[in-house]
Structures are given as C-alpha cells and as structure tokens.
Design a protein around this ligand. Structure first.
Ligand SMILES: [Zn+2]
Ligand SMILES: [Zn+2]
Length: 364
C-alpha cells in the first residue's frame, strides 16, 4: 500500500534550519538577515530582507563581477542566484513549495524524477539504473521516484547505484527507503558518510547505512562505470564538507549529439567565512576543469539552479526533423562550454557577494 506523502516540501522547508537542508531554503534566519516588518494592512505581505552587516562596497563589486561573467545569456541564472536573498527570500522559497513535476526523459535514457523543490535524476545505463540524489523522505522516494521510473518501464529493482551529492536531507532523504527495499550500492563522499553517521538515531529522515557494499569516495576524479555510463566524481566542498559533483556523458535524444553534462552537487551558500571561501574557490576550480573537458549540458539537483521545470515545459514542444538536423529550438539544458564556464565563475562571485552581505571576511 502506498503511504501518503508525509513530508511535504513545505513541511520539510519549515524544518530546514533544524535538520540541515540546503541553506537556500532557509528563508528567515540565514546569514542573520533581518526583516523590515510590514504593519497594519500590509502585515500579511512578504517582507523585504536587509542585511545589517553587509559590506556594501564588496557586494557591489562581486555582483558586478558575477554579472560580467553572466552577460545576457546566463542572466536568468545570475538574477536569482546572485540576488535572491536580498530581494525577497520568502517569495523565492514560495517557488520551491510542494510542486509536483512530470517525470521526463531529458536526455537519452536520462530522466528527471523530482519535484519542484528538489530533483532526483535516473540514468538507464543499459546495465541497470543509477539514481542521483533521492529527494527528501522515504515517502517522496516511494511516491515520486518510483512512479517516475515506472512511467519509463523501470522498477526499484532496476536500481544498481544511488549517488548522494551531500549531507542535506533533501538529497539523502529517500536513500534509506531505496536501500531497505532494493539494496542498491550507495555512493557518497567520505565527509558525507561521516556527517550522516553523526546524525542521532532518531533523525527523520534516517540516512542510508554504510553497509559492506557501500562506496566511500575519497579521491577527486574517481570514476564509476555502469553499463555505458561513466560518472566522474569530484570532491567540491563548500556548500557542505562532503559535497560531491559529477561530470557524465549525455546524448540529445532528438539529434543524437553526445556531450558531457556537469552536475554541481551544492551551489548554495553556507554560513561560515571558511566554508564560503572554500565554496568560492571550488566553483572557480569547477569552472576551469569543466571548461577543459568541454562540459556544455547543465543539470542540477534543484530546479532553482538549473530551471528544470521551465525546461520540462519547453522541451515538450521541441520538434526536430527525423534525422535530427534541424530543430525548432535548442535543447534547453544544453549550452556551450563557454556558457557553462561563465555560469560557474558567476556562481563563485555570487557566493562572494553572499558572504559580503553577511559581513564575512573571506580568507581565500
Ligand atoms: Zn538541496
Ligand atoms: Zn544542501
């Protein structure tokens, strides 16, 4: 029998501060934002956040640098990633609440099986499925991931690997359910495993268990190959200590074009000067290494980052001729290596801007 979705995105977001979700969902307390309270007839309105410790000149400098990288073509991503905390965090979070999204084949054999708030991806490798991130709870794994797989003819028994990008519940929350029911190999970095193992026994959702077949990633650039898919894993701390990012091959289903996709494991800000500095530095490293490899497809574990929900709607109307030579528009998740490089560089400066808003002095 199916269980009812016990942990809605809204409920999960309400818990975000307490149990360690991505701070981009922490709409009230993050970086000591203070709200100018509306009164009287406007008391029920969203408020406009301000930052009492902001280094205004640095914020100006960093968002200008970010925008220079973004230019016009990355602007929609810059607009949100660099400015959302100060503009209106509640409005931004509202866009992340409780939304169902259709499971969609985005690239050949590569499926979006997520929600509006957070994303899980499934890859049919030809020798079983890999799941990249597991949503926020057992209920979401059961009621979102599994029906998404079923839509394309798969069951939980087809899952061979489950990759966990980092130690926030909106990414590992469904992993224990998948582990208990289908026994896949769970893959996470050393620091993500350590953080999940430190959680109290009462943690809800419970994290997956590092059993005998689990894999602990300790080396930057490690690879895991299943079927015809090799996932290269990079240790990219900053958002959390354990954050792991991936480069993987994808194929445009309509044109047959093969390319590399980048999936940065945690783009959101963190809350200490040290981790913000690490994050800014890692995003520059990611920009360089992904440019060297020619990464041009952009997928993320949050719609707020890669705009997957808009893309899903648009992609349903992409039409190519039978030989895939001409399409009515470009694949929405595909850009150019230069675009992807500038997106990552922009992200680095957005993290610096965010640090400056919080009054942090970065040492790197
Ligand atoms: Zn997250
Ligand atoms: Zn996170």
């Amino acid at each position: 029998m199916k269980t009812v979705l016990a942990t809605t995105a809204a409920a999960a977001l309400a818990l975000a501060g307490a149990v360690g979700a991505c701070p981009e969902h922490d709409s009230d307390g993050h970086l000591e934002a203070r709200q100018a309270k509306a009164t009287g007839a406007l008391a029920g309105y969203f408020d406009y956040d301000v930052y009492p410790k902001a280094q205004a000149e640095n914020v100006t400098k960093y968002i200008a640098a970010a925008k220079a990288y973004a230019r016009d073509d990355v602007y929609p991503y810059y607009a949100r990633d660099c400015n959302f905390y100060s503009a209106n965090t509640k409005l931004d979070s509202a866009g992340n609440h409780d939304g169902l999204a259709p499971a969609t084949e985005v690239f050949k054999d590569f499926y979006f099986v997520g929600l509006s708030s957070w994303t899980a991806w499934a890859y049919d490798t030809g020798d079983g499925l890999i799941i990249y991130d597991t949503l926020a709870s057992a209920a979401e794994a059961e009621n979102i991931i599994l029906p998404g797989l079923a839509k394309f003819g798969f069951t939980g028994k087809d899952i061979k690997y489950v990759f966990i990008s980092h130690e926030h519940f909106d990414h590992y929350g469904g992993a224990k359910y998948l582990q208990d029911n289908f026994d896949p190999i769970i893959v996470a970095s050393k620091d993500t495993w350590a953080a999940m193992e430190k959680l109290p026994a009462t943690a809800d959702p419970a994290p997956p268990v590092r059993n005998a077949k689990a894999i602990t990633v300790t080396k930057d650039g490690s690879e895991i190959t299943l079927g015809n898919v090799t996932t290269t894993m990079y240790l990219t701390p900053g958002h959390t200590n354990g954050t792991m990012s991936y480069i993987l091959p994808v194929t445009d289903s309509q044109t047959g074009e093969k390319m590399l996709a980048g999936m940065y494991g945690g783009s959101g800000a963190s809350s200490t000067a040290w981790s913000l500095g690490v994050q800014a530095t890692q995003l520059v490293r990611w920009a360089d290494l992904s440019r060297k490899k020619g990464v041009k497809a952009f997928v993320s574990n949050h719609h707020s980052r890669d705009h997957s929900l808009y893309h899903i709607e648009e992609y349903a109307h992409r039409v190519c001729d039978p030989k895939g030579r001409h399409c009515n528009f470009a694949h929405p998740w595909v850009h150019t290596p230069d675009w992807y490089y500038r997106w990552a560089m922009m992200g680095s400066y957005c993290i610096r801007a965010q640090a400056a808003r919080g009054g942090f002095i970065l040492s790197q």
